[in-house]
Design a binder for this molecule. Structure first.
Ligand code: PLP
Length: 346
């Protein structure tokens, strides 16, 4: 395909997408296919010669569409909304067209700078405490992750690294594995399954604490668990609160939980993946009160904010605890502006 053909095919693809959206209501939301439906519809191996573009476009209706669950259909009511938008498609198209990779400031400066400024904008829309913003010149900042699951996991890993460093500063002879075997993290029984999985991936004991009759985790429950574990010689170090649980949109009481975490040197992460977008509305913002106690906070613009998958926004109070925890010093990553404060907490 040369650029002239791309110009033509690109317009055809836009037309196809417009037609899809105009008729999406008529499609069956959940596909009527059985597992393995696709393999018989296409060749066993990649063809030796090219096919015409018309044949490829025909394959979209013949091969792809029968297996699509139409998440954007007005008749779709499963899981959660994955609200995309037409400007979002255009953004994705531009991104794909530029095709740069932004793993550090130098690898494509606009990626880091735009991400940092947009997360400041978004943070201000949520009225996050200034500690979480970059523009105020503080130590915090925001970064885009591909999922809330990843945000919970990286916060857990940063907290683990921080606690290991603190323990070794006190007792230099303590090995990393000895410390890790004593670490204990907490969340509620109602937390998303990704929190428990983060514990499994990080090899950390994750205690699931019971909630009250409104599926809300209360401060007293956490306080008791922490006391029990300290008596056993364990080291409480991480707590993941949920604001808007996946199963019932319940809210943990972070006004009670936050001060306990702060006084016990426990990292508090807030998972607001599902309900977080609503805090932009002043009438819902009180539900976020207590975020000032948190060390990290995450929500998913990809759920309610008309942003295409994958966009999960994570803010941290101290960038250095993320950058420092995972820092790699390779010659091919070095650049002249590393200490300009611009590298995002990736
Ligand atoms: C959807 C959801 C998640 C998982 O989000 P991913 O971005 O798919 O990892 C985590 N926590 C809560 C509360 C959710 O609703």
């Amino acid at each position: 395909m040369d650029l002239e053909e791309f110009r033509m095919r690109g317009k055809e693809m836009v037309d196809y997408i417009i037609d899809y959206w105009e008729t999406i209501e008529q499609r069956r939301v959940y596909p009527a296919v059985q597992p393995g439906y696709l393999r018989p519809l296409i060749p066993d191996s990649a063809p030796q010669g090219p096919e015409s573009f018309e044949d490829l476009m025909a394959d979209i209706e013949r091969v792809i569409m029968p297996g699509v669950t139409h998440w954007q259909s007005p008749h779709f009511h499963a899981y959660y909304p994955a609200a995309v938008s037409l400007p979002g498609f255009l953004g994705d198209m531009l991104c794909g067209g530029i095709g740069c990779v932004g793993f550090s400031w130098a690898s494509s400066p606009v990626c880091t700078e735009l991400e940092t400024v947009m997360l400041d904008w978004l943070g201000k829309m949520l009225n996050l405490p200034e500690d979480f913003l970059v523009e105020t010149g503080g130590e915090g900042g925001g970064v885009i992750q591909s999922s809330a699951s990843e945000s919970t996991l990286v916060a857990l890993l940063a907290a683990r690294k921080k606690m290991i460093t603190q323990m070794q500063a006190k007792c230099p002879d303590l090995g990393e594995h000895t410390i890790m075997s004593k670490l204990v993290a907490y969340t509620s029984e109602e937390a998303h399954c990704s929190v428990e999985r983060a514990g499994m991936i990080a090899s950390i004991k994750m205690r699931k604490l019971p909630t009250d009759e409104k599926f809300c985790l209360r401060g007293e429950t956490l306080r008791q668990a922490v006391e029990e574990d300290k008596v056993l010689g364990l080291i409480p170090f991480y707590f993941c609160a949920t604001l808007g649980t996946t199963s019932s949109c319940a809210f943990d009481n972070i006004m009670e939980l936050g001060p306990i975490c702060n006084s016990e040197n426990i990292w508090m992460h807030i998972d607001a993946a599902y309900a977080g977008s609503s805090f932009i509305c002043p009438e819902f913002r009180p539900l976020l009160n207590g975020v000032e106690f948190a060390d990290s906070f995450n929500f998913n613009p990809q759920k309610w904010l008309l942003v295409n998958f994958h966009c999960s926004a994570l803010w941290v109070k101290r960038r250095s605890e993320f950058i420092g925890a995972f820092k790699m010093d390779h010659i091919y990553l070095n650049h002249d502006h590393q200490n300009s404060g611009q590298d995002s907490p990736k």
